[in-house]
Ligand binder design. Structure first.
Ligand SMILES: Cc1cc2nc3c(=O)[nH]c(=O)nc-3n(C[C@H](O)[C@H](O)[C@H](O)COP(=O)(O)OP(=O)(O)OC[C@H]3O[C@@H](n4cnc5c(N)ncnc54)[C@H](O)[C@@H]3O)c2cc1C
Length: 467
């Protein structure tokens, strides 16, 4: 550790900021976190945006490294596959991985945030200041201005090391754009989302299969549901903001009831206060944020949604943010030597350079997965390819890993998962063009196609996975 121990300032005590604070404390720094909301452990507030989240290998890896995986997992529910609900009412189960061990976990956003904040404070090096909102920043003078949400009192903080984890509408990112001309784009999806709670049964039990992520694919829109610990499900309707069938057109209880009765009859029966919830719950927006560079000199770096908010269809936003933290942690470990000045500029620019292509890749994969979830999961041709894919994963373990598996169950770089996925599309296209069932594929041809480019790529990249 350097002789000059500086205090680290983290702006935003959400999921990524709270995790990062613990990592910085473990490395040996004193940390101050500024969070605009109240302390959700004391006052029951909504943790913002989605009620629950899907957590997978990349996110879990960061928790493991910190030794808090078990504590978090006690609050998580495994989901081993997709449960598809056609309009007809019968359901179809599509397993995610090779067996139950390859699953994703549903966890409440607020439970996770609370655990992460408490873990950070337990290091005794982290102080979280609640209801302190960043309202201005001046990097030339090393100053941040916070305003207390209750008293409106403003505090000017002199600080030289800033970590921006202030989410998708990041003020710090906007400052980089406005003051230093950094690249920035924010693309709004023309779709919105609305969350609805499907309650637990009278006995407290789950009213639908508990171990699945439920999907009602309906072409241009869809409904999904993730289980909650206490027996309920959080359903999320993804629908266009405007148009003939849209959030804008569903203006009355009658229209909402008719829509659900026709499209999601099973759900409509299980949510008694459907229309009340529909009109009282907010309609959320989804945005893809890109910017570069993610840092400013040796003073400031962005992580999580502030650098790369993505649409939620691959369940990777938080996972990607946690992976940012793991990578920054590794760079800190590699670059901090006893009694030597820390080269922050090198650490921040290396971090920004490594993470940017991967954040761009998962942003693209997330948009593509929306089309797959809402439009393709019920399509017979798509289902055949999925079956063939399962067979290839079994026949050629390690040489063929599906795009979904690479993103969700591995820590291979997202940019490589994107590239491998494109090779897989070509392989599946060639193998499925003249078959009607998975058993008919030509395994000799399959081996040839896989060994040509995909297997060598995966082998090479798996070696590069770092802690
Ligand atoms: C509908 C939906 C479903 C999702 N599902 C998943 C999923 O299944 N899996 C997954 O991995 N990801 C999912 N995501 C993405 C995930 O929510 C985000 O990637 C994750 O929350 C990013 O964490 P963060 O800490 O970077 O940002 P945030 O969670 O947004 O936290 C930012 C924090 O900064 C604070 N803040 C903001 N501005 C200021 C300010 N000026 N001053 C002080 N504090 C400030 C905020 O109050 C907040 O606490 C989903 C997102 C949505 C919208």
């Amino acid at each position: 550790m350097s002789k000059n121990i500086e205090t680290m300032t983290v702006v935003g005590g959400g999921l990524v900021g709270s995790l990062l604070a613990t990592v910085l404390a473990k490395v040996g720094f004193e940390v101050e976190v500024f969070e605009r909301r109240v302390d959700m452990r004391k006052e029951g507030i909504n943790a913002g945006r989605s009620i629950n989240l899907a957590m997978s290998v990349r996110g879990i890896h960061a928790l493991k490294k910190l030794g808090i995986e078990n504590e978090v997992m006690e609050k998580a529910l495994p989901m081993t596959g997709r449960v598809i609900h056609p309009v007809s009412g019968t359901t179809l189960f599509q397993r995610y991985g090779k067996d139950d061990s390859e699953c994703i976990y549903s966890i409440s956003r607020s439970d996770l945030n609370k655990i992460l904040m408490t873990v950070a404070e337990k290091t005794q090096r982290v102080k979280i200041h609640f209801q302190e909102r960043l309202i201005a920043s001046d990097f030339k003078k090393n100053r941040l201005v916070f305003q207390n949400d209750i008293t409106k009192k403003q505090t000017v903080l002199s600080t030289t090391k800033i970590f921006g984890t202030d989410g998708s509408a990041s003020l710090l990112r906007h400052t980089l754009r406005d003051e230093f001309g950094h690249e920035e784009s924010e693309s709004d999806l023309s779709y919105g989302y609305k969350e609805l709670t499907l309650p637990a049964g009278a006995d407290g039990g789950f009213l639908m299969a508990k171990k699945g992520l439920h999907i009602w694919p309906r072409g241009s829109y869809m409904l999904i549901a993730l289980p909650n610990f206490e027996g309920s499900f959080t359903c999320t309707l993804f629908l266009s903001h405007q148009g003939e069938l849209s959030f804008q057109s569903l203006t009355t209880s009658e229209k909402v009831t008719k829509f659900f009765k026709e499209q999601f009859p099973d759900v409509q029966k299980l949510i008694p206060d459907l229309t009340e919830q529909f009109f009282s719950n907010p309609t959320g927006h989804m945005v893809t944020v890109k910017c570069f560079p993610w840092h400013h000199g040796d003073q400031m770096v962005l992580l999580g949604d502030s650098a790369h908010a993505i649409v939620p269809f691959f369940g990777q936003g938080m996972n990607c943010g946690f992976e940012d933290v793991s990578h920054l942690w590794r760079l800190l470990e590699e670059n901090i030597c006893l009694d030597q000045e820390i080269n922050w500029k090198k650490i921040f620019s290396e971090f920004s350079r490594i993470r940017k292509p991967n954040a761009d890749a998962i942003a693209q994969l997330a948009v593509e997965n929306f089309v797959e979830m809402r439009d393709k999961v019920g399509d017979p041709r798509f289902l055949l390819k999925k079956e063939v894919e399962k067979l290839l994963e079994k026949e050629f373990p390690g040489d063929y890993i599906s795009r979904y598996g690479l993103v969700t169950f591995s820590r291979i770089a997202y940019s490589v998962a994107l590239k491998a996925g494109l090779l897989e599309d070509e392989i599946l296209e060639q193998l499925c063009c003249d078959i009607t069932s998975a058993g008919q594929i030509d395994l000799v041809k399959a081996r040839e196609l896989i060994q040509k480019e995909l297997a060598p790529l995966l082998k090479e990249e798996i070696k590069k996975i770092v802690n």
